[in-house]
Design a protein around this ligand. Structure first.
Ligand SMILES: CC(C)(COP(=O)(O)OP(=O)(O)OC[C@H]1O[C@@H](n2cnc3c(N)ncnc32)[C@H](O)[C@@H]1OP(=O)(O)O)[C@@H](O)C(=O)NCCC(=O)NCCS
Length: 199
């Protein structure tokens, strides 16, 4: 029997680098890293993405770095995730749960697939399902909601398909491209019995 050396007791380097991730069927949610900045910057300046968000102005790379630095810090009221494809492990979008209320066990969330080549291939829907499952089963939240522009038909379709119900509408709430747009509030309850019947 040989003596155990320090090296024997050291975990395999590969093992120690293995990252904690939240796995869905086609995507995983992981923590942000600094080298995600270039992609986030590109997406936050893509008009196709920006028109689905409340963001209004072009974003400087420095601002994106500062946002990312904040998003990487643990916070009691918000959590941010990078969305990766499971097959090739490419970073295709971002997701957040924010304004978490630990008394009411509720939160808001936002999510986008920034890579246009990844749209309409099931990744967004899987990311939504994965995030909701994690929020309910691991964070012990009981209700999540999201604001979506009424004109964002694709997002409404995906959210309704994943069990969200329309809970409210903020009428002519957001000015963009010369007119006021409605915002639709969609929510999902861990206990489906608590869902509004005729919102
Ligand atoms: C909304 C978003 C998350 C959806 O992700 P995705 O990967 O493209 O969506 P999926 O492939 O999972 O599902 C797309 C569904 O929308 C449907 N769809 C596509 N365009 C549509 C439209 N204009 N109107 C209605 N439904 C539409 C597709 O047919 C598909 O439905 P099906 O699965 O029943 O066939 C993604 O497109 C995105 O990030 N867009 C920009 C940002 C955004 O809108 N964010 C809102 C937050 S939800």
């Amino acid at each position: 029997m040989g003596n155990r050396t320090e090296r024997d007791q050291t975990p395999e380097p590969r093992e120690s680098r293995r990252r904690f991730m939240i796995a869905g069927e086609h995507v995983i949610l992981r923590a942000f890293e600094r080298d995600d900045a270039e992609r986030c910057y590109r997406w936050m300046n893509d008009p196709n993405v920006v028109r689905t968000l409340k963001s209004r102005y072009p974003i400087a790379f420095q601002n994106e770095l500062e946002w990312l630095d904040r998003a990487m810090l643990p916070s009691a009221t918000e959590r941010h995730f990078a969305i990766e494809r499971k097959d090739d492990r490419s970073h295709i979008g971002n997701a957040s749960i924010h304004d978490i209320d630990w008394v009411s066990h509720t939160g808001w969330f936002g999510l986008f697939i920034g890579e246009p080549t990844a749209w309409n291939r099931g990744f967004g829907g899987d990311a939504i399902g994965t995030l909701v499952r994690f929020a309910f089963d691991d964070m012990n939240l009981r209700k999540l909601r999201i604001n979506v522009f009424d004109y964002n038909e694709r997002a409404k379709h995906v959210l309704l398909a994943h069990g969200f119900v329309q809970e409210g509408r903020l009428v002519r709430d957001f000015y963009r491209e010369g007119t006021y747009h409605d915002l639709v509030i969609l929510s999902i309850f861990r206990d489906r019995a608590q869902e509004p019947v005729n919102p």
